[in-house]
Ligand binder design. Structure first.
Ligand SMILES: Cc1ncc(COP(=O)(O)O)c(C=O)c1O
Length: 378
């Protein structure tokens, strides 16, 4: 019996009900995860025990950093990362408006102000020139998002951060295994990952903070466990952000498959990019590994609704990541955010994500390609 950790056997997901659609995302949960969960339940040790410790060590190793601090989800990983760096009231955090809302909310949770700057139109990641222009005496942190699994321009962003002594917190929630110049996402600054079911690997809910900074790791460990190093001795104001052993057990199995599943995502993306004509396909930053959490194309805004309808009728699932930039969300508008960020605003009207996950088969890929061409001709 091969170790569930090394993932040397073909993962056998529990069959999905026959789906009329090629789904946009599908968590791959198999017998190994079920068995791992059964073992935890039988052990009676349910929260933050040896499996969490092992998951943290193995994930940190995969990222190439000294510490992994597991928490309950990716949103909390971002929050804990900023808190552990001491980012707080009066501080500004420069971040992307084109992301899931949690990226910017993390700044609000710590009492800081998110400062939105525009994105690069090809990679959808923070524009380093715009970041530089947004720096004020109050800026404490840059929070780039490796959106869709593609790396932000960490060369230039870390240069800006170094020049101004800023903290870098990477939102790597979509970027497990992504790399730039061979260096993994989550190792340039302090990283925050999510293991939500649609992510490249899952623990149902789950998250982790990755860092090489011993002090940040120590703070993060205190924060996620009510400020206690020693039981019932609370050194600082903390929270219950702990990961369960059930989540870690699932995560350890999934981690064994991360490389293989990532290669499949990359191969699927490469097939699609090789055959899709007439739409803008994803741009991969030079010398980087894009892990295709999403495969996102662009069509003209006025055609998008009909395009999606046609794909749906042809059995191809789609999603829009994201239909409204964060600064245009009602909750941000109510807080008085009035930015004009035309690149992000335009992308929000034009992007469409297509299925790229490891369960997409060669025949699915053919169907997706055919459907996109049919939708273009309509
Ligand atoms: C870019 C990004 N940031 C943050 C999060 C938050 O992660 P979670 O859903 O695990 O809280 C997600 C995922 O949902 C995400 O995609």
């Amino acid at each position: 019996m091969p170790s569930p950790i090394t993932g040397t056997v073909e993962h056998t997901p529990i069959p999905a009900p026959s789906l009329p659609m090629i789904p946009i995302a599908r968590p791959l949960i198999g017998e190994e995860e079920q068995e791992a969960v059964r073992q935890v339940l039988a052990s009676g040790a349910l929260v933050q025990g040896k499996r969490v410790a092992e998951f943290e060590a193995r994930f940190a190793e995969a990222v190439g950093v000294r510490h992994g601090v597991a928490v309950s989800n990716g949103t909390l990983a971002l929050w804990v990362a900023l808190l552990a760096h001491g980012v707080g009231p009066g501080d500004e955090v420069v971040t992307s408006p084109f992301s899931f809302i949690a990226s910017a909310n993390a700044a609000l949770y710590v009492g800081a102000k998110p400062v939105f700057v525009d994105i690069d139109p090809d990679t959808y990641t923070l524009d380093p020139d715009a970041v530089r222009e947004a720096i004020t005496p109050r800026t404490r942190a840059i929070l780039p998002v490796h959106l869709y699994g593609g790396m932000a321009d960490m060369d230039r962003l870390t240069a800006v951060a170094d020049e101004h002594s800023l903290v870098v917190v990477e939102d790597a929630c979509q970027a497990h295994g992504a790399a730039l110049h061979g260096r993994r996402a989550g190792s340039f600054g302090t990283g925050a990952f999510s293991f939500y079911p649609t992510k490249n690997i899952t623990t149902a809910e789950g998250g982790i903070v990755t860092t090489n900074d011993d002090r940040v790791a120590e703070q993060a460990r205190l924060l996620r466990n009510h400020g206690q190093r020693e039981r019932y001795l609370h050194e600082t104001l903390g929270f219950n952000f702990r990961m369960t052993e059930l989540q870690a057990a699932i995560g350890l199995v999934q981690l064994g498959y991360l490389e293989k599943w990532t290669e499949r995502r990359i191969a699927n993306a490469s097939y699609l990019s090789g055959r899709l004509a007439g739409v803008r396909t994803p741009v991969v930053r030079p010398d980087s590994r894009h892990v295709f959490h999403q495969y996102t194309i662009r069509v003209a805004a006025e055609r998008r609704a009909a395009f999606i309808q046609r794909l749906t009728s042809l059995g191809v699932g789609t999603a829009i990541h994201y239909p409204r930039p964060i600064h245009k969300q009602p909750v941000y508008e109510k807080m008085g955010f009035v930015d004009r960020l035309p690149v992000a605003e335009r992308a929000a009207q034009e992007v469409i994500s297509l299925p790229v996950h490891p369960a997409v088969s060669p025949s699915d890929l053919e169907r997706i390609t055919g459907a996109v061409h049919a939708a273009l001709e309509a």
